[in-house]
Design a protein around this ligand. Structure first.
Ligand code: ZN
Length: 282
């Protein structure tokens, strides 16, 4: 199993960090968690192609977790794999239809690419056949707690507190060959995520701000700070915690050392400040 961090940033524009995206290469299959702005380019930088992505899972539908969704679907389709399996909360089905449906946002582009003679010739040269089908992501709208059985891997999910009641929000765990990676999605501390993370090798956890920056309990309810992440990692007994969803001020000089020092008083495992394109082999 190889984990690649495609995007460790937030909604804020930040050249150093793309928005959320994580790729797990499971040997036979490669899955991706979230598809935030910039994550598509990072996927290419990491040496993967759009057609390498076998399955996409959304934690929730904040735009910083899905801005590159259309890019991935379109590029994968253009390279000959139009039916990307997509799992995520509602309304991902509606969003997909409004992007790629016959009356969708890309109606004119897709009509041209499938009906314009030069485009059809290029398609045939690539090994395609006519008539050229439109992109057709296989979207399944899921409820927290669902699971997926893949080839040699199992995925489980749980509900996490973040942006309810406006968004359904999930955390994920993938297990393969005795190894495990958990992705919190965007989440405050909660028992369900702690249990999902139990004894995991890696927990990728959002850290939206320093704990002392929280403006009140309701702030921390849905977005963990570094000490909340440490408490979750300790309670779940994970081997390594990777902090992600960083904002620019959290990369100021000395800040990473401070974050790690304060976390290590709570959590004794390995602490990694995630950076785009970091890889972890399990
Ligand atoms: Zn979010």
């Amino acid at each position: 199993m190889r984990l690649t961090l495609l995007g460790t940033g937030s909604p804020e524009s930040y050249l150093r960090r793309a928005s959320s995206g994580y790729l797990v290469d499971l040997g036979g299959e490669t899955i991706q968690f979230d598809c935030g702005g910039g994550s598509f380019g990072r996927m290419l930088e990491a040496g993967y192609k759009p057609t390498d992505i076998d399955r996409l899972f959304f934690s929730h539908l904040h735009t910083d977790h899905m801005m590159d969704y259309a890019r991935l679907v379109h590029a994968r389709w253009d390279d000959g794999r139009g039916e990307l399996p997509v799992h995520g909360p509602a309304p991902i089905g509606t969003i997909t239809e409004r992007l790629f449906g016959r009356d969708g946002a890309y109606f004119a582009d897709l009509t041209a690419r499938t009906e314009h003679e030069p485009s059809k010739e290029i398609w045939l040269e690539r090994g395609g056949s006519l008539p050229r089908p439109w992109p057709a992501p296989k979207v399944v709208e899921e409820q927290p707690g669902y699971s997926v059985q893949g080839e040699g891997w199992t995925l489980r999910s749980c509900k996490v507190p973040h942006a309810q009641p406006f968004l359904t929000c999930m955390g994920y765990r993938v297990d393969s060959a005795g190894k495990s990676v958990v992705y919190s999605g965007d989440s405050g501390p909660c028992d369900a995520l702690t249990e999902l993370s139990r004894d995991a090798d890696i927990l990728i956890h959002m850290c939206f701000n320093l704990s002392q920056e929280a403006r009140g309990p309701e702030w921390l309810w849905g977005s963990s700070g570094h000490k909340e992440v440490a408490a979750t990692a300790a309670a779940a007994n994970v081997k390594t915690v990777i902090l992600t969803h960083f904002r620019p001020h959290m990369d100021a000089e000395g800040m990473h050392d401070q974050i790690k020092a304060e976390m290590s008083e709570i959590y004794k495992g390995d602490i990694v400040i995630g950076e785009d394109l970091m890889t972890f082999d399990l």
